[in-house]
Write a protein that binds this ligand. Structure first.
Ligand SMILES: Cc1cc2nc3c(=O)[nH]c(=O)nc-3n(C[C@H](O)[C@H](O)[C@H](O)COP(=O)(O)OP(=O)(O)OC[C@H]3O[C@@H](n4cnc5c(N)ncnc54)[C@H](O)[C@@H]3O)c2cc1C
Length: 391
């Protein structure tokens, strides 16, 4: 968002709650319309350089025997080889570097107050400062603070889709199985592992909400204990995964939720990314969609002379497309982590269909191809010649 606003001649300020740019994090698959945005930023070579050339998703049973397989190469071919997987933090770093150090960034700060006036928004910060801006754009994720301050409590907008997710990484884990997601599932539970560079392995644990027995763990210790309990009867490599989980200091844990808002803006405040319309990890595309929303919103702001029309045009262009992505993610959730033994078996059998010529095209077409063409904002987004542009 800041990159495109800057390129259009605006002067954004970034507010980031973390003390420094967040690094590492879970792996994200990156393709589709967000890939097109990265291309327009000239970032594709760098994204590909830090990305992994995923070969397959391999499903295994409790004894480690392969019971299903999706060839990532086949999927990637269907997407014109415009697909890669990379750590979230690496992509965030590339996006931030694209600003060329030219955008004021306040780390370790959050917004406490937002008060809209006739000519701007008065923003009060957690460090006591306050400033007035023309607009505030909330790009602060699924549990957006800006959304809460301006639109109200999360529970009005959050749609929990019945699963929880945890992610963490470990050093020195064996086996590795390079360039493959290896995934073991049994009813209501699914574990993925992916070997990364520097001898690290990322784990993703997904489970159906009913295994928590109604109580959501809050502290890191409670979350670890809940995971150990939920997966206590897992087979496969569970003793080793369990040990990696016990040892980890940085555990990501959250409800798998979507955000559904009646409107993505109110007055001088608009939302983008997960804050506006989280599709959830099940869509496997939230990052690219967030980048697309940011590009479109910035483009409309650069083209328009009044923010209200720009906000309306932004939502008008994207709403139907994003609603469709949310709906297909909800439908896909039960295949991502089936709740019954029959469901696990059917999902594994379905992956075998991917080996039949023509089937990947149908499935990729239905699930992954984006029915949205990026608008071209032309000169209005190229007013600032000091911003690095592709070529
Ligand atoms: C386990 C998992 C796997 C996923 N896999 C994929 C995948 O394969 N492909 C894909 O495209 N997407 C995937 N996603 C979804 C993707 O991560 C999100 O859609 C994407 O990160 C949304 O980007 P965002 O910028 O809107 O929000 P976030 O990435 O959540 O970023 C929000 C930023 O705001 C900051 N912030 C938060 N609160 C405040 C505050 N109060 N004040 C200031 N700053 C604040 C945060 O520190 C952070 O830097 C996955 C998600 C999960 C959880």
């Amino acid at each position: 968002m800041a990159y495109w606003l800057r390129r259009g001649g605006h002067q954004p300020t970034l507010i980031e709650a973390a003390a420094a740019l967040r690094t590492g994090g879970y792996m994200i698959d990156f393709w589709g319309v967000g890939y097109d945005v990265a291309e327009r930023m000239g970032l594709v070579p760098a994204v590909r350089a830090v990305g992994y050339d995923l070969q397959e998703v391999r499903y295994v049973d409790g004894s480690g025997r392969s019971v299903g397989r999706v060839s990532a190469q086949t999927m990637s071919r269907e997407l014109g080889d415009r697909f890669t997987s990379l750590p979230r933090g690496d992509l965030a770093a590339l996006l931030y570097e694209a600003l060329g150090g030219d955008v004021a960034t306040w780390f370790g700060v959050s917004i406490d107050r937002i008060a809209e006036g006739a000519h701007g928004v008065r923003v009060g910060f957690s460090d006591g400062r306050s400033e007035t801006y023309d607009l505030v754009i909330g790009a602060d994720g699924l549990h957006s603070n800006v959304r809460r301050l301006v639109f109200g409590p999360d529970k009005q907008f959050e749609r929990h889709i019945g699963y929880y997710v945890a992610a963490f990484d470990a050093k020195g884990y064996l086996p590795r199985d390079e360039l493959a997601y290896v995934s073991y599932g049994y009813p209501g539970r699914q574990i993925f592992r992916f070997a990364q560079r520097a001898d690290r392995t990322m784990f993703l644990l997904v489970f159906a909400a009913e295994h928590l027995n109604g109580r959501e763990p809050e502290s890191p210790e409670e979350r670890k204990a809940a995971l150990l309990d939920v997966f206590a009867d897992a087979q496969w490599e569970w003793p080793a995964v369990r040990q990696a989980l016990v040892d980890v200091n940085d555990l990501y844990f959250d409800r798998v939720s979507q955000i559904s808002m009646p409107a993505w803006s109110k007055g001088r405040v608009a939302l983008v990314g997960d804050a506006a319309a989280c599709v959830s990890l099940v869509a496997g595309e939230g990052t690219g969609l967030g980048m697309t929303e940011a590009y479109v919103l910035a483009g409309e702001l650069c083209e328009s002379t009044d923010y209200a029309s720009a906000f309306a045009a932004y939502e008008g262009r994207l709403r139907r497309f994003i609603d469709g992505k949310q709906k297909s993610a909800r439908e896909f959730a039960s295949s991502f982590t089936p709740r019954t033994a029959l469901g696990v078996w059917l999902r594994n059998q379905a992956t075998k269909l991917m080996a039949i010529p023509g089937v990947p095209g149908l499935l990729v077409g239905a699930q992954m191809r984006d029915d949205f063409v990026l608008p071209d904002f032309g000169r209005s987004m190229n007013r600032n010649s000091s911003v690095r542009t592709p070529g």
